[in-house]
Design a protein around this ligand. Structure first.
Ligand code: ATP
Length: 512
């Protein structure tokens, strides 16, 4: 008997039967796996200590995160180099990101690296070359911010290899910033602002500084090349360090000021005898911050409305200085100031105009009063600074200087008004060493022990010491001259003390 081939012997009924069997088996296996997993979980719960179970759970989570991370939804921000597509308006965020990424790029991880050069102004007005590392198109780099990974990719499309318009049309450069979608808010609200702020800090040294002086109700600008820096400033090292730290903290605290609802500004009161370096410190601060300096001469300001205009037209990142603040206001009680301010007619000032010449409406109050008169008040100034600066711009520093702190209106000394009071005193040993180093690059000299002893006992200002250092190009000659001056001061101080003692003794004798 012929046997049918095996395959042909399989009938539809037998196929169904086998499928049913397989289904039953699978069901039984699944039930058994479920039963085992329930059993395993119960046993684990009964037998394993809590710590071990936590560790197992963490391990499972880690494995899940590792193997399923790829499934997370990604989000990409496109940051084009030019905002208008035509190639004229550069996108500031692109430039900031490029500057920021130059500090993050690991040259060893790149196939090719682009190096860009730019000419920059130095603090002293000279210029020098700076280089910037950039990613080549197609390269990526990953940055970690608050534990979140941000991937930057450089992309270029269109144009020919020479960078001209080619068949592909405009050459378009952009940066892709990608991250897990769940971090979108963080990227937009914190990471991008952080990148911008960091880039700004990096570019700070390249800012060409200006000094502005007020004329009438507007500012005139000049290049600011004051050479004073914190390195050249002769003062107590600990005090100098605390000022630098305070400025650094101020620069970093944008979000902090926003959070506490205060204007992002900082006030310093510098006081001390003439020639102790108050103006030099102001210049050093402006150079350090890379802020424009606005030197406000209050004797030039006739009306509160002019003062208001001057203050609101100051840009961000500027340092306002009012020198000799004690001489700017008379000793009238504050009530009188109020009356003077109330007398000033309301003038509708057009802040949009940049004209420095007074408008006809501004002449009116002066004519009405006859002689131009000073209606500026300290309270007006302080109120404008507190009020206007809270609403118009940010990142401002204000410095008042005085030779006589005791003559200042208590309103200025009130806690919270000026954030830091800095006493600039007579030249001490450390300040002297800085000056000698500045002038002669000398750090030691046979006359130093004597100078050290005498300088702590007499009142000599850094300006006087500087003057002596300037008298000769020879350090020996200059230091001998200074030693003479100090000895002479010491003798005079001794005589004065003797005279005072004699007067006291005489007075006591009279009483007796
Ligand atoms: N602390 C200092 N460090 C370095 N140089 C100083 C210092 N103090 C004074 N000088 C030198 O003396 C000159 C005059 O000093 P500066 O104008 O800064 O003093 P000041 O305290 O502002 O004086 P004033 O109260 O009269 O305005 C400066 O140009 C500088 O050369």
């Amino acid at each position: 008997m012929d046997h049918l081939p095996l395959a042909a012997a399989v009938t539809p009924e037998s196929q169904q039967g086998r499928a049913l069997n397989a289904y039953r088996k699978a069901l039984a296996t699944a039930a058994s796996v479920a039963a085992h997993s329930v059993l395993a979980r119960t046993m684990a719960r009964e037998l394993l200590p809590d710590e071990l179970r936590d560790a197992a759970r963490w391990g499972a989570k880690f494995v899940r995160a590792r193997f399923f991370a790829a499934e997370k939804q990604r989000y990409t921000l496109v940051i084009r180099r030019h905002v208008d597509g035509g190639g004229y308006n550069e996108n500031q965020l692109f430039m900031a990101a490029r500057a920021y990424l130059a500090t993050k790029i690991d040259p060893r991880a790149m196939r090719r690296l682009a190096v860009a050069g730019s000419r920059c102004k130095e603090a002293d007005g000279s210029s020098s070359w700076r280089t910037l590392l950039c990613m080549e198109p197609g390269d990526s780099t990953t940055d970690v911010f608050d534990g979140v990974e941000f991937k930057w990719t450089s992309i270029e499309t269109g144009g020919d290899d020479d960078g001209k318009k080619g068949n592909g049309g405009h050459r378009s450069k952009y940066l892709d910033l990608s991250f897990d979608a769940e971090h979108t808010a963080m990227a937009l609200e914190r990471y991008i602002p952080f990148v911008m702020a960091t880039a700004e800090q990096l570019q700070r040294p390249e800012r060409v500084l200006k000094i502005f002086m007020n004329e009438w109700r507007s500012w005139s600008a000049f290049n600011h090349h004051h050479p004073a820096t914190f390195d050249t400033l002769a003062m107590d090292p600990a005090l100098k360090q605390s000022i630098v730290a305070d400025l650094d903290r101020f620069l970093k605290r944008k979000e902090y000021y926003h959070r506490i609802g205060k204007a992002w500004k900082r006030g310093y009161l510098l006081y001390g005898p003439p020639g102790t370096g108050k103006s030099s410190l102001v210049a050093a601060m402006a150079n350090y911050l890379r802020f424009h300096l606005f030197d406000l001469d209050l004797s030039e300001v006739r009306l509160n409305s002019h003062l208001q205009r001057l203050l609101v037209t100051m840009p961000n990142k500027s340092l306002l200085v009012v020198e000799d603040i004690d001489c700017c206001f008379d000793a009238k009680p504050r009530e009188d100031h109020k009356t003077a301010a109330a007398l000033e007619p309301a003038i509708d000032v057009d802040y949009s105009s940049d004209s420095s010449s007074p408008s006809s409406s501004d002449d009116a109050p002066l004519k009405a009063y006859g002689e131009p008169q000073q209606n500026i008040t300290l309270s007006g100034l302080l109120n404008f600074i507190d009020g206007l600066w809270s609403t118009s711009g940010e990142e401002r520093v204000i410095v008042f200087t005085t030779n006589y702190k005791d003559r200042l209106d208590p309103a200025l000394l009130r806690p919270g008004r000026m954030d830091m009071h800095v006493y600039m005193g007579y030249c001490g040993w450390e300040a002297f060493k800085t000056l000698v180093h500045n002038y002669f690059l000398v750090d030691d000299h046979p006359l130093f022990p004597e100078i050290r002893e005498v300088i702590s006992q007499v009142d000599v200002t850094p300006a006087e010491v500087s003057e002596m250092m300037l008298r000769s190009e020879d350090a020996d000659v200059a230091l001998r001259g200074l030693t003479e001056l100090l000895r002479d001061r010491g003798r005079k101080a001794g005589k004065e003390a003797d005279i005072k003692n004699d007067v006291v003794v005489e007075t006591e004798g009279n009483v007796a």
